[in-house]
Write a protein that binds this ligand. Structure first.
Ligand SMILES: NC(=O)C1=CN([C@@H]2O[C@H](COP(=O)(O)OP(=O)(O)OC[C@H]3O[C@@H](n4cnc5c(N)ncnc54)[C@H](O)[C@@H]3O)[C@@H](O)[C@H]2O)C=CC1
Ligand SMILES: CC(=O)C(=O)O
Ligand SMILES: [Mg+2]
Length: 591
């Protein structure tokens, strides 16, 4: 549709002001005249390619990862499309700089690197503190980073209260890097429009003494209050967000485990939301586990796996619940029998019913009753008792899977499954190299933060570590949900996201014994995950988008008639709905 003169003039004015529309040195000379910015840019008119090349050279010249993080934040907040072009085209290089591990350092240093992340008038996210309670609605509306198009209301909010940022503990408002980073991966990984993302950090105080004493700390200088205060603030925030943006999908992120489970219980059946650490992580690790089961199937029948979780917080319990579903759905086990394959360990040792302490609610369901009065404290003791086929680390205790532990696993299993999943990298329970060396290269491995490949010295064969990180799930899950528009996210939708991810491996990836697809394929993988989620939403009768419902029905008919690959029409539709940095028509500079 051609634009009216007034629309064109408005766009022109906005290009001059907007970090989204900004073309910097690629602005054509005629456009510079129209915008009255001639002379304000150097004379050369550059291509987008050349701009990208310069940005990459500048990025690579920075000497620390934190400097790279700051450079990328600045780029994102001054030239959105150039930033996303870099991220999407150089995903493997840039993801670790905006996400784990570097985002961990950036969060720890947030109050020190602020405000050098964005120019005046551009805001990385929304802070809501307890003091804002009387005025939440207006404050939520204040966050409008792209004021030029009112149809661009937020679609997804990632919310944290900073109380358990990665494995780094309570960082208070310094946790803002996490919602910001997750939403960048929504854009890169699933083509969510960056203008429709809403990072939120809640400030209910912090129990981090270091922060409270730090003169630069940017949050409220008070300790966290009672659960009552927490839940009533959360109620007010969720309620107001839904009033202002009724279709908003809310992702809860990095809340302390006790609150995370309670929040999910409270909102899952009445709010369009999910918890990434419980459900997203559950799905991504189930997916890796499905492929690990396939790789070990010759030696271990699936039902004979014994899975030991080192750590018993939101992530471990979320994964345990998904595995429980898997053994029931795929292997016909009863709930009681499936539960017997899972053991949890926390700071006090093996989680048993009769251990003598009051177990947190989320541990009770998995507490063992078959220990015959025996208790097992150290990891070594637990391993000797359980004889696990899989050891899964969610403890944030870097290096705790020692050579001795790894060798023990190797003695027990031909191919031990070892997943040190804590973040960031320093908190990983072991490295890929350590696991390879201690198991004579037999390990089946995934970590939360990516490790380098390992070349077997004897054979020269290159081995690929898996990255078991919820970043493979939440972008596709979120996109699928936004397209089909259910009012709630159900367990079945989460389960389908996991199986879609597991079966998204290409023949090449399977031949390389990979557990997860290559990161560079994330958009295609997210489209497959989103499609599986959409089909499930339609099957549950929860979809509210007519076009999506019709597409699923059509694909089903094609499938029944055996005329083509499953969900091809749907996957194409999903891909066509992804935002891309080059799609906007007004960038051809002919206004
Ligand atoms: N790879 C991924 O996609 C994800 C990774 N994570 C990571 O998982 C870790 C845990 O997250 P949450 O479960 O939410 O945290 P959490 O703090 O609730 O859980 C940690 C658990 O480890 C146990 N633990 C701590 N030290 C221990 C020790 N020395 N011995 C035995 N047990 C010990 C604690 O008792 C607790 O049960 C974090 O590092 C987080 O970054 C979390 C979500 C997703
Ligand atoms: C990956 C993630 O969500 C975490 O470590 O908390
Ligand atoms: Mg998290």
């Amino acid at each position: 549709m051609s634009k009216t003169v007034n629309e064109k003039i408005n766009i022109a004015k906005n290009i001059a002001k907007s970090h989204y529309l900004n073309q910097a040195t690629s602005t054509a000379l005629v456009l510079r005249d129209q915008l009255q910015i001639t002379g304000l840019l150097p004379p050369a008119v550059e291509t987008f390619d050349l701009q990208k090349k310069r940005a990459l050279i500048q990025l690579r010249a920075k000497s620390t990862e934190l400097e790279k993080y700051i450079f990328l934040a600045w780029l994102r907040n001054t030239n959105v499309r150039l930033f996303y072009r870099l991220l999407i085209e150089d995903l493997e290089e840039i993801t670790p700089l905006i996400y784990t591990p570097t985002v961990g350092t950036a969060c720890q240093e947030y109050s020190h690197i602020y405000p050098f992340l964005a120019p005046p008038g551009v805001h990385d996210g929304l802070f809501l503190s307890l003091n804002d309670l009387p005025n939440l609605k207006n404050i939520i509306k204040n966050y409008n980073p792209y004021p030029f198009d009112e149809s661009l209301t937020p679609q997804i909010a990632v919310i944290t209260d900073g109380s358990r940022i990665l494995g780094l503990g309570d960082l208070g408002v310094n946790g803002m890097g996490i919602p910001v980073g997750k939403l960048q991966l929504y854009v890169a990984g699933a083509g969510i429009d960056p203008r429709r993302t809403l990072p939120i950090t809640l400030d209910l105080g912090t129990n981090n003494e270091h922060n409270l004493k730090d003169q630069f700390y940017l949050g409220l200088r008070r300790k966290r209050g009672s659960d009552k205060e927490f839940f009533s603030f959360l109620d007010a925030v969720v309620k107001t967000l839904r009033e202002v943006y009724p279709e908003l999908l809310i992702q809860f992120e990095d809340f302390s485990s006790e609150h995370a489970f309670e929040l999910l219980k409270k909102y899952r059946d009445n709010t369009f939301c999910f918890n990434d650490d419980i459900q997203g992580t559950g799905a991504v690790i189930l997916s890796g586990f499905i492929n690990a089961v396939r790789l070990t199937a010759k030696d271990i029948p699936p039902k004979e796996h014994r899975i030991l979780f080192f750590g018993a917080g939101s992530a471990a319990v979320g994964v345990a619940k998904q595995l429980l579903e898997f053994f029931q759905i795929e292997h016909g086990m009863t709930e009681a029998d499936a539960k017997k394959l899972l053991w949890l360990v926390d700071t006090k040792g093996l989680v048993t019913f009769d251990r003598g302490d009051k177990l947190a609610d989320h541990k009770v369901y998995f507490a063992r009753k078959d220990n015959e009065g025996q208790q097992f404290k150290s990891l070594t003791e637990v391993i000797d008792y359980v004889r696990p086929t899989a050891l899964i680390g969610f403890s944030s205790q870097g290096g705790i899977f020692t050579e001795e532990i790894l060798k023990k696993l190797a003695r027990l299993n031909k191919n031990p499954i070892i997943f040190p999943l804590s973040n960031p990298k320093n908190n990983a329970e072991c490295t890929f190299e350590q696991a390879m060396k201690a198991t004579n290269n037999q390990v089946i491995f995934a970590s939360g933060t990516m490790f380098p490949t390992y070349t077997e010295p004897e054979t020269g064969r290159v081995r690929y570590p898996g990255q078991g990180n919820n970043m493979y799930i939440f972008p596709g899950l979120g996109l699928g949900a936004l397209l089909a528009k259910p009012r709630i996210i159900t367990d079945k939708q989460i389960y389908k996201s996991a199986s879609a991810l597991a079966y998204s491996l290409t023949d090449e990836e399977i031949s390389l014994d990979m557990l997860y697809p290559k990161l560079t394929r994330i958009r295609r993988v997210s489209a497959e995950v989103a499609s599986a989620v959409i089909v499930q939403i339609v099957e549950e009768g929860l979809a509210r988008d007519e076009e999506v419902i019709a597409l699923v029905k059509n694909d089903l008919e094609v499938l029944k008639a055996n005329k083509g690959p499953q969900w091809e029409g749907l996957v194409r539709f999903v891909e066509e709905n992804m935002w891309d940095y080059g799609r906007e028509k007004y960038f051809d500079s002919k206004i």
